[in-house]
Design a protein around this ligand. Structure first.
Ligand code: PGA
Length: 246
């Protein structure tokens, strides 16, 4: 199953999301081999979930949650609230959470735990910064970020998809070569296999666009894509999701 995931970041409120989906849906044709996941802003979760409701190939997720179930945490969103608004997934450890908001590996671990306990699927994002790649430390960095999953049982691990997003490729127009991405994906699969978890889904993210999506999803190691900028245009997004794969 190929996954096409749209990370709308801090764009599109409820009416923007509805308009997007109106335009996208007339261009979208459901296919058995793929799913479309949307990560809208928290206020647009419900509108997006409603629009996606009658489409079995579509799922909606939160961009971020807090690990506590409730309490005095001004500005935060609980797992139960996200679920009530129609989310079945949530991003965890996106590079903007790690590098703009200082989210630690320990915090990502708590979020993963809270999501699994609350019945939502965490999509854990991992990836190295440019200086780390240049120092040849890519696989070490990714393995360190995977520590957030260390306490999970194999059956739980199998339910956690991963998005490999090299930080230097996010929003920059630079993409890892399909070969580079596939190498990291293979290392992630080995990490899971060593812990008894099979069939992990590994997506690639970072400047994915209609022009390069085919090369990426054509790699056996790449199970789908997580897309920021190009997911904000319904026509471009429909092109990405409808890419032909041999
Ligand atoms: P981008 O963002 O496609 O704009 O590079 C990807 C992401 O941040 O998930």
């Amino acid at each position: 199953m190929l996954v096409f995931a749209a990370n709308w970041k801090m764009h599109l409120g409820p009416s923007g999301a509805r308009q997007f989906l109106d335009t996208f849906l007339v261009r979208h044709e459901r296919r058995e081999d793929r799913e479309v996941w949307f990560f809208p802003s928290a206020v647009a979760l419900e509108a997006t979930a409603r629009a996606a409701e009658s489409h079995p190939d579509m799922r909606v997720g939160a961009q971020n949650v807090h690990w506590e179930p409730k309490g005095a945490f001004t500005g935060e969103l609980s797992v139960a609230m996200a679920r009530e608004a129609g989310a079945s997934l949530a991003l965890v450890g996106h590079s903007e959470r790690r590098h703009v908001f200082g989210e630690t590996i320990e915090e990502t671990a708590r979020k993963v735990r809270a999501l699994l306990d609350g019945g939502l699927i965490p999509l854990l994002c991992v990836g190295e910064q440019l200086k780390e790649r240049e120092a040849g430390a890519t696989l070490d960095v990714v393995e360190r970020q995977l520590i957030a999953l260390d306490t999970l049982e194999p059956d739980e691990l199998s339910r956690v998809p991963i998005a490999y997003e090299p930080v230097w490729a996010i929003g920059t127009g630079k993409t890892a070569t399909p070969h580079d991405a596939a190498e990291v994906h293979a290392a992630i699969r080995n990490w899971f296999a060593a812990r008894g978890a099979k069939d992990v889904q590994v997506l690639y993210g970072g400047s994915v666009k209609p022009e390069n999506v085919q090369d990426l999803v054509g790699q056996e190691e790449i199970d789908g894509v997580l897309v920021g900028g190009s997911s904000l245009h319904p026509e471009r997004w429909a092109e990405i999701v409808g890419v032909s794969v041999d």
